[in-house]
Design a binder for this molecule. Sequence first.
Ligand code: NZQ
Ligand code: ZN
Length: 389
Amino acid sequence: MNNFIYDLSTKIYFGKGQIENLPTEIKKHGTKVLFLYGKNSIKKIGLYDEAIKLLNKNNIEFVELAGVDPNPRLSTVKEGSRLCRENNLDFILAIGGGSTIDCAKAIAVDVFYEGDTWNDLYKFGKVDTIKKVLPVGSILTLAATGSEMNRNTVISNEETEEKYGLGCDLLKPKFSILDPTYTFSVPKNQTAAGCADILSHLFEQYFNPIKKGFVSARIGEAIMKTVIEYARIALKEPDNYEARANLMWAGTVALNGTASAGKPGDWSVHGMEHELSAKYDITHGVGLAILTPRWMEYVMNDENVYRLADYARNVWGSREEDDKAAAKEGIAKTKDFFLSLGIPMTLKEVGINEDRLAEMAKKATEFYKIGAMKNMDWQDVYNIYKMSL
Ligand code: NZQ
Ligand code: ZN
């Protein structure tokens, strides 16, 4: 087992009605709030009114910024940090999915950062140069990214067609309110994409040929089984509380350090997907679902097949004794599962053809080769994109 630091500093309020804790929590960290959200979903479900009412009742001043896009844009980050500076805001409340929370974290950095936030931090990862950020809190409305309890923010630069993530402990939300009833309204395609994203986070931490971190691998499998069990139920019965609650907590725990403690992961599928959503603005979870089974098939070799076989047996119940046969069964089940959720499973279906595959493959491996199951150069990534067409 590798050394690790496990720091779950985000306070979670989970369950119905937990929004009542919002004013007290905000007051612990700030006095004047940037109230950040996406397009319209929080208004449709009444959450916008509920939150505004609580802020007004508790005399908490705020400035609103609406319109955060899925695959949040650098221009919105700049708009948010300008508002914070001009109005002396000292806290950011993000209400929405991962995009809104990621955008809030990016604003939190940009407000104080004296260098070039995009180039220094997102592109070249000079995280040590971040000295001060605004505190962030969130109300989550979509089970997917884990941003509500982690140190990551992923931003797209619309001018350069690039998408990069940044991870910094200072960016962990101070608190997050997770009320599963807010996710009843998430449409089928976003529910499915969110489940694919949660599974992908678990895969990225699970798949590595090095035999380390037994406990983390088993925890990962348990969360995978939870998603597989409840994704189908949530799609059939969008207001099934137990299904939405299990998916919501699965999404949070899947990427808060619990499933990676002490073991190395892979993370190449995310690297490949970020190129797709940077250039074609597709839904992150859909891109991951399309690439995942092809990636599994492509990287399988004698050294790593045991891990794919473990996955097939422990998650899908494969009874194949031969590792390769079990692994193949697990890969087929993975693809069938995504298809059963109604996810389009080819790049062509989401509007991506051959034109920019080589360009994206080179960009995905611009700084180094990616992946641990197989350490891949641009040609490998290109091959996987081709298999996914
Ligand atoms: O804009 P609104 O109106 O809120 O609509 C959103 C959006 O259209 C809608 N939605 C959210 N909650 C809803 C709802 N619709 C109805 N009812 C609700 N309760 O869903 C759409 C997608 O929202 P978004 O926030 O984009 O989805 P998600 O949570 O999947 O976030 C995706 C972003 O997170 C990044 C992705 O790359 C992508 O940019 N990631 C962030 C990570 C992290 N911070 O750790 C890790 C991930 O791997 C990922 O890269
Ligand atoms: Zn993801």
